[in-house]
Design a protein around this ligand. Structure first.
Ligand code: GLU
Length: 319
């Protein structure tokens, strides 16, 4: 079990949330890589209801970290549609694209603490020397830990990970564990193409916003131990996690912006989609509400939502 104070560091500008008194602060953090689809709606709805049902606030962050993947106008369209559905977020929307300096500052602090190293290995070099395939591609074999050994001009920055098992209890999926060194390897915080990695940005943003509760798709279950380790490196108490089951289309593919128009949420179908999202999350919305207005469905959700009803199986969905 690694979530301990063993690596606790004094980081002056990262204050620790007081776990005993903390108000719930949840968030929804979509990547604006296309229009709102059913999978994203599940994360919006789940994070909203779980935060609001415990009297918490709900923040919105646009994860536009990776400019080539950002679709112009997608964030605005998504926010407008959510607003129309009756979602109300607290405070101003945060944009990752405006926070590069902050990520740089944290990266420098981690460097000063000797936790990161430059790596100029190519993908092919990593693949050739990786001990075995990991959670997401080959496990990084530690090649540049003691000085760069690769052949590429550009350098990534990686976080050194220990040979320890990170354990956590997910609010939906229960006990989880992962050995970072064996299953992932030293992971990238700054990419060789000059962009900050999602793993760094998400943790820095959630810490700065004092997020206490993270609700998102189960595709990120295996990213969570990396993020927990970053919390530990930064000396900050981690939030609680709730991962939601994933929706698959008829073709067996995860519903996502990359898989075409299937499952798109539009002004016309948005209420029905909300009803389906409630049902998908195991909440048994009454059939007579199927054609109700979106804000009525959200009100029903606020009154009836129960986290323990959320199923743990990913599921196929037909529209
Ligand atoms: N931006 C990610 C997505 O749209 C979610 C990240 C998170 O919630 O941590 O899939």
């Amino acid at each position: 079990m690694v979530v301990s104070a063993a690596y606790s560091l004094n980081m002056d500008n990262l204050s620790k949330p007081d776990q005993s008194l903390k108000p719930v602060i949840g968030r929804f953090a979509p990547s604006p890589t296309g229009p709102l689809h059913f999978g994203t709606l599940l994360a919006a709805l789940g994070s909203y209801l779980i935060a609001k049902c415990s009297g918490g606030s709900w923040l919105l962050r646009v994860e536009d970290l990776d400019p080539p993947r950002v679709v112009p106008g997608a964030a605005d369209d998504m926010l407008r549609l959510l607003e129309r559905l009756g979602f109300e977020w607290d405070g101003a929307v945060i944009y990752q694209s405006q926070r590069y300096q902050r990520y740089q500052q944290i990266l420098e602090q981690l460097r000063e603490q000797g936790r990161v190293f430059d790596c100029n290995c190519t993908r092919r070099e990593i693949l050739a020397s990786a001990p075995h395939p990991g959670e997401e591609g080959p496990v990084y074999p530690g090649t540049c830990r003691n000085g760069i050994c690769g052949s590429r001009a550009e350098r990534a920055v990686r976080l050194r990970v220990p040979d320890e098992t990170i354990c956590y209890s997910d609010g939906v999926f229960g006990e989880q564990q992962q050995n970072l060194e064996k299953e992932v390897g030293d992971f990238v915080l700054y990419r060789a193409d000059g962009l900050f990695a999602y793993q760094l940005a998400v943790v820095v943003d959630d810490i700065d916003a004092r997020i206490t509760q993270i609700v998102r798709g189960a595709d990120l279950l295996t990213s969570t131990p990396r993020q927990l380790y970053l919390y530990q490196c930064l000396g900050v108490a981690p939030p609680n996690y709730f991962h939601l089951p994933l929706a698959f289309g008829d073709n067996g593919k995860k519903l996502s912006k990359r898989n075409g128009d299937f499952g798109l949420v539009t002004v016309e179908n948005s209420s029905n989609m909300l009803w389906r999202a409630l049902e998908f999350l195991g909440q048994l919305p009454p059939a007579e509400l199927f054609d109700s207005a979106a804000n009525e469905l959200l009100c029903w959700g606020l009154e009836h939502f129960q986290t323990k009803m959320i199923p743990v199986e990913d599921c196929q969905i037909r529209f």
